[in-house]
Design a protein around this ligand. Structure first.
Ligand code: DAH
Length: 360
């Protein structure tokens, strides 16, 4: 009997001291498992005299019940404290400041921002957006734009050509957004008033050139649009885009196969300080090419140049973004460096509008 008392005291002490559910389970197995200390004692009952069994039977069963209860009670305590520890650990401190959301930390790339700004300005003048594919045919990129076969202007475009197809056709990465002029005139009835932003490609790379860059093209075709309208549109665009009240512009004669006459346009700027200031000073900066759409181009689109006329212009989006936002190196635009976009990017919810401000 005293053996049983010692066993009970030891087991109860061990149960009370168990500080984890696994520790407690080990004690249970050591006492009540198949080969546990109590189970082993139970096995001796059969060999006992009836007299002995009368006292030992109830004593052993009583011990088994006590230990089972003690284990269950300790288990409840351990579970409770585990839950409390977890709750304490996972407490949310509601007084902490909010973590910034993706809308706070994400940034819009300056090229996307400038495309949104251009869209806002030209949409206000009644233009819609037209788009075309990056992979073009020679016919659309050159021939129908009045670049004769073998004309040196083709060479000046540093074109990326694909391998020749079986039928001899050679596709290319468009070198300018001008082929979308053709697509638009073939698809839409005049009057046409579109701007065409998009990616363009030329085999060229330095501080102000990357093999992939962006252009925006403008096209107006109807029966009476003339050069005066073009000048007004470009002046209004430059004032709105560079956010200045007035800006001097200079139209210089130039050559593009798809316009006649053709002009290059410079805007007034001041280069005396560290940054180029637009709309001030006495220097000039070239920003775009333009002209009256060549009658051959109008004819190539199935329209009669004696009835329809109009004008077009084209400029580099990356270039005007660099000028407006003072970014010195074009190559950084496409490096995907998070620090650069954090510095030069725009907040996603500050959409450019003419009434709310384009860039503020
Ligand atoms: N496509 C010309 C280029 O990439 C830019 C250009 C000039 C577009 C005059 C025009 C234009 O629409 O009228 O150099």
């Amino acid at each position: 009997m005293s053996d049983l008392n010692t066993l009970e005291t030891d087991l109860i002490a061990a149960i009370e001291n168990a500080d984890s559910e696994t520790g407690l389970e080990e004690i249970r197995v050591a006492a009540l498992g198949k080969k546990g200390s109590i189970s082993e004692q139970m096995k001796t009952l059969g060999k006992m005299s009836p007299e002995e069994r009368k006292t030992m039977g109830p004593a052993l069963n009583g011990l088994k019940a006590k230990i089972t209860d003690a284990i269950a009670a300790r288990k409840a305590v351990l579970e409770e404290s585990a839950l409390e520890a977890r709750l304490a650990n996972e407490t949310v401190d509601v007084t902490l400041p909010l973590r910034p959301s993706p809308a706070e930390t994400g940034r819009i790339h300056p090229v996307s921002q400038v495309i949104d700004e251009l869209t806002a300005i030209f949409a206000d003048m009644g233009f819609s957006i037209a788009e075309g594919p990056d992979i073009e045919t020679d016919e659309l990129n050159f021939t129908s734009l009045n670049f004769p076969e073998g004309h040196p202007a083709r060479e000046m475009h540093d074109t990326f050509f694909f391998n020749e197809k079986e039928d001899g056709e050679r596709l290319l990465l468009r070198t300018h957004t001008s082929p979308v002029q053709i697509r638009t005139m073939r698809d839409q009835e005049p009057p046409i008033r579109v701007i065409i932003p998009g990616r363009t490609y030329r085999c060229d790379s330095d501080q102000t050139h990357t093999p992939m860059f962006h252009q925006v093209e403008g096209l107006v075709i109807d029966k009476e649009s003339h050069f005066g309208h073009l000048k007004w549109i470009l002046e209004e665009f430059c004032k709105a885009f560079f956010e200045v009240d007035d800006i001097k512009m200079r139209f210089r004669p130039s050559f593009f196969p798809f316009t006649e006459p053709s002009m290059e346009v410079d805007i007034q700027c001041d280069r005396s300080g560290a940054e180029v200031k637009i709309g001030e000073g006495a220097d000039w900066l070239e920003i775009l090419g333009c002209g009256m759409v060549h009658p051959n181009v109008i004819r190539n689109c199935g329209l009669d140049p004696d009835v329809y006329q109009g004008f077009a212009w084209g400029m580099g989006i990356d270039r005007i973004a660099m000028l407006k936002y003072g970014m010195p190196d074009l190559r950084a635009f496409f490096d995907a460096d998070v620090r650069w976009i954090q510095h030069y990017g725009f907040r996603p919810l500050d959409l450019p509008t003419l009434f709310g401000g384009l860039s503020s």
